[in-house]
Design a protein around this ligand. Structure first.
Ligand code: ACO
Length: 323
């Protein structure tokens, strides 16, 4: 008998303001065709002035709680993956804790940029396996629209805002690859790649700053590192590619998603794709894709999922779980 962190609920929130690619043609030397062809993105959601990372995270969490049939008081730990916390401190996670009316347990942020949700899931799994928490609310939420340089066509057309949430619960299991829940995790980072993707502001500059990215350099690392981490996680879980029902990748670029699937030997029919509608929502992209994939009826109880992500740091990783 072993303990597994099993999915009890999922939910997401997207701001109501939808911005189609064509809107950028008015202010930038770009076209809908270029954005679609190079990234697969067609539209994205942007937060309005009243919305922040914590308010979107709270809305997503409330939906996951409803699906799980749980109250905030049933949650032991809240982990929020974000690079766009409302304030330098307190953590956005404690702000969500307050907004949910959750008076017990503990909450903290995880900052691993686009890989944040994978890192947060691995942390939640460790808390559950070590007995420190029974139920963990894991959220990915971002307002990247607030760190865009709107004059930089190579970045500002790629990102969007949103939030997704997952509730994991400790359940007894057999300890085999047939178990429901998280079966394995793999985390990596290499800080020597800092200059490929960063925000040029923060405490040391006294500004919020803007996202800077050498997109084609990040692209080069992405397919290779994502396929490698997914393969490592599958080996650890003792599962093979042919057993995987769904790859749920970080949604940055359709060409990265296709290239990684090809390298893993998995057809696109078994990949959850939302990048066309959300753009790159950084740490929110995987929980958004999980929630939308579940809502569409694609992801079902018992399905074997591989999630993988890479982002600033560079930081990258994968989680294998059975839904
Ligand atoms: N419209 C029109 N032309 C553009 C635009 C635009 N919006 N943006 C860039 N271009 C031009 C460039 O200026 C360049 O022109 P040049 O050849 O005259 O210099 C040309 O298009 C090609 O630029 P590349 O950057 O080489 O284009 P590429 O095919 O690599 O696509 C992209 C760019 C979409 C950014 C891609 O590299 C990518 O998706 N990279 C990875 C992004 C990613 O996954 N990030 C990680 C997660 S993000 C995070 O962690 C926060």
């Amino acid at each position: 008998m072993t303990i597994r962190a099993v999915v009890k609920g999922v939910g997401h929130y997207l701001p109501t303001r939808v911005v189609e690619n064509a809107e950028f043609e008015e202010s930038l030397d770009t076209t809908d065709e270029w954005i679609r062809a190079r990234s697969g993105i067609e539209r994205r959601h942007f937060a309005d002035e009243s919305e922040t990372t914590s308010t979107m995270a709270t809305a997503a969490a409330q939906k996951a709680l409803v699906m799980a049939g749980l109250d905030p008081s049933d949650i032991d730990a809240l982990i929020l993956a974000t690079s766009t916390a409302d304030f330098t401190f307190p953590s956005a996670a404690t702000m969500v804790q307050a907004q949910l009316g959750m008076k017990s347990g503990f909450a903290f942020d995880v900052q691993a940029v686009c890989a944040g949700f994978v890192f947060a899931m691995a942390n939640a799994n460790a808390l559950i396996l070590s007995g420190q928490a029974r139920r963990v609310l894991v959220i990915g939420a971002e307002t990247f629209s607030r760190i865009m340089d709107w004059t930089d066509r190579s970045t500002c057309v790629l990102f969007g805002d949103g939030a997704g949430a997952l509730i994991l619960e400790a359940q007894e299991a057999d300890g085999t690859a047939q178990d429901r829940g998280i079966l394995s995790t793999d985390l990596n980072s290499d800080g020597t790649y800092r200059d490929l993707l960063y925000v040029d502001g923060g405490v040391s500059t006294g500004t919020t700053g803007h996202l800077r990215m050498q997109g084609n350099q990040v692209f080069r690392h992405a397919v290779e590192k994502l396929a490698a981490t997914a393969t490592t996680a599958m080996e650890r879980a003792d599962v093979t590619e042919d057993q995987v029902d769904w790859v749920v990748p970080h949604q940055a670029n359709i060409r990265i998603i296709q290239g990684t699937a090809k390298k893993l030997g998995l057809p696109m029919e078994r990949v959850i794709v939302t990048v066309q509608d959300h753009g790159n929502t950084s740490a929110a992209s995987i929980p958004l894709a999980l929630s939308v994939g579940h809502e569409r009826g694609q992801i079902k109880t018992g399905d074997l999922l591989v999630t993988e992500a890479i982002g600033g740091g560079l930081a990258w990783g994968a989680v294998v779980l059975r839904w």
